[in-house]
Write a protein that binds this ligand. Structure first.
Ligand code: NAD
Length: 502
């Protein structure tokens, strides 16, 4: 079945007369998931106008009633979990078990937001004046644009849409052009849950539609997750718009550090999952495994042998470890970095190759963007691009280190700072890396991937600037107000300010 999609504004599904684009399966390039309208400035402006119009009534709705709509949404997502996972696997090529876990993560965000409705939304503070009551109360910014990437097409939008809406903002959602079908299903479920017209609006399309949202001065808040380059452009455009908040989560060059005392099997499993789960296309995927020089020969041997055995194939087959990369452009970019790793002096241990998985009898032929892991050993050095820049694919450098100080220097020597894993049995070593490395999420004796919605999510340096994800999002989608009430019958001021009027 192919979807014929529409924009959604002011509670109406609308099919504009203009151009469309196709969403195709990365595992079967001949399979079209659906045709979607290519959003224009006019479409973006119409959706923003609808969100602006709906804002006052939504803001005035009880926070608890807003939250209770998320309870309805949770029931719908439970009903649809398997279908959503299958659609996601077809559209973005992640293996269906992983897609199911992502739907569950989105569900957890919805459940978290539902609970938030009855949680405090401010603080009670003391005043110098005994007769004064002082409060910090949060207010929504107004209209939020939510612009999201393809690699977490369900959980990442919900991380942003949920807290924005429960706090009283109205939103325009622009899903990635690589995963518009999942984006559309999200908005259909919000509509079915009973969110009022104009509270959530959908604009499909590419950079033009996203940029039109960013340029619209009626948007108070842009919540972005995607590449650093697009995040930077959004920040630059927004700098000239008064009353504009931007929160971005962007790329990474995450790493696993394998210490001298590491348990080898645990270190290899953690490294393989960090580097190759989702074919290395998570924001937190490791592009580097930094290994103590005494361990690196044994580590490399076991790591390469394990990588060779990974099952890469049809994302609808739950037995596969991972599926294809997202599209041909991504595949070609990764192949360029694979070639660069050799040009920059890497010793290639496993050559990454484009391939088509074996087709078993009775199974459909897969003509998709499949790419096997690329592994190389390289010394850290200045200006080596392949170990500094985000590749976003199954491309992995093994880098030796002599002592923990050197490992910290190597880890920090990129412009990114998203995720870090330490493999060690020593609590002193763990503590040293915890304090000296630059990251947003740290893991010990685990892969450097994996998130839970109630934990902070985000990074430092070029990896992000506003934690627009998960529980911490309340800071981005609300502003804090001070609210002070006098219970005396006369005016009394702090700091001893005289109140005599003469
Ligand atoms: P992308 O930056 O190409 O696209 C992200 C979104 O931005 C899409 O919806 C796209 O249409 C839109 N867009 C493109 N140009 C725009 C413009 N000029 N103005 C406004 N919107 C525009 O990213 P992608 O390829 O979809 O996703 C991969 C990237 O996302 C990687 O860099 C990855 O690290 C990052 N990512 C980061 C996190 C995180 O939490 N840090 C999570 C997931 C993905």
């Amino acid at each position: 079945m192919s979807i014929h999609a529409k924009h959604f504004a002011a509670g109406q599904w609308r099919k504009p007369a203009g151009k469309t684009f196709a969403s195709t399966s990365p595992a079967r390039l001949t399979e079209t998931i659906g045709e979607f309208p290519l959003g224009t400035k006019a479409d973006a402006d119409e959706a923003v106008a609808a969100a602006r119009k709906a804002f006052p009534a939504w803001r005035r709705t009880s926070r608890i009633l807003r939250a209770e709509l998320f309870d309805k949404l949770a029931q719908l997502v439970k009903r649809e979990t398997d279908d959503l996972a299958t659609l996601m696997a077809r559209e973005c090529g992640k293996v269906v078990t992983e897609c199911r876990a992502e739907v569950v993560e989105g569900l957890h965000m919805i459940q978290y937001v539902f609970g938030t409705g009855r949680m405090p939304m401010g603080d009670i503070l003391s005043s110098e004046i005994a007769e004064k009551d002082a409060f910090m109360r949060r207010k929504p910014w107004g209209v939020a644009a939510v612009i999201t990437p393809w690699n977490f097409p369900f959980a990442v939008p919900l991380w942003m849409l949920g807290p924005s809406l429960v706090e009283g903002n109205t939103v325009i959602f622009k899903p990635s052009e690589d995963t518009p079908a999942i984006g559309q299903r999200i908005v259909e479920l919000f509509e079915e849950a009973g969110f009022p017209a104009g509270v959530i609006n959908l604009v499909h399309g590419e950079a033009e539609a996203g940029e039109a949202l960013v340029r619209n001065p009626s948007v108070n808040c842009v919540l972005f997750t995607g590449s650093y380059e697009v995040g930077k452009r959004i920040a630059e455009i927004s700098a000239s718009i008064p009353d504009r908040i931007v929160a971005s989560e962007t790329g990474s060059k995450s790493a696993v550090i394998v210490c001298e005392d590491a348990k080898l099997d645990l270190a290899v499993t953690s490294g393989i999952i960090s580097a190759f789960k989702t074919s290395g296309q998570r924001c937190v995927s490791a592009g580097r495994i930094i290994v103590h020089e005494k361990l690196i020969d044994a580590y490399a041997e076991k790591f390469v042998a394990t990588a060779k055995r990974l099952k890469i194939g049809d994302p609808l087959d739950a037995n596969n470890f991972t599926g294809p990369v997202i599209n041909k452009t991504a595949l070609e970019k990764i192949e360029r970095y694979n070639a660069l790793s050799k040009e920059e002096g890497g010793e290639i241990l496993l050559v990454g190759q484009a391939f088509q998985p074996d087709c078993q009898a009775g199974k459909p032929d897969l003509r998709g963007c499949f790419l096997s892991p690329h592994i190389y050993r390289i010394k850290h050095g200045p200006k080596v691009r392949c170990i500094r820049e985000e590749v976003f694919g199954p491309h992995l450098a093994l880098i030796p280190f002599k002592d923990n100080e050197e490992a910290v220097r190597i880890y920090n020597d990129t412009e990114y700072g998203l995720s870090l894993a330490i493999i060690t049995e020593s609590y002193r070593t763990m503590r040293y890396f915890r304090d000296e490395c630059e990251y947003g999420m740290g893991y010990v004796n685990l892969p450097c991937i994996g998130a839970e919605v109630h934990l902070p999510f985000g990074g430092v340096k070029k990896s992000g600037n506003g934690h627009p994800s998960a529980a911490g999002l309340i800071e981005a989608v609300t502003h804090k107000t001070a609210w002070t009430v006098n219970h005396a019958e006369e005016v009394k001021m702090a700091q001893g300010l005289t109140t005599e009027v003469k």
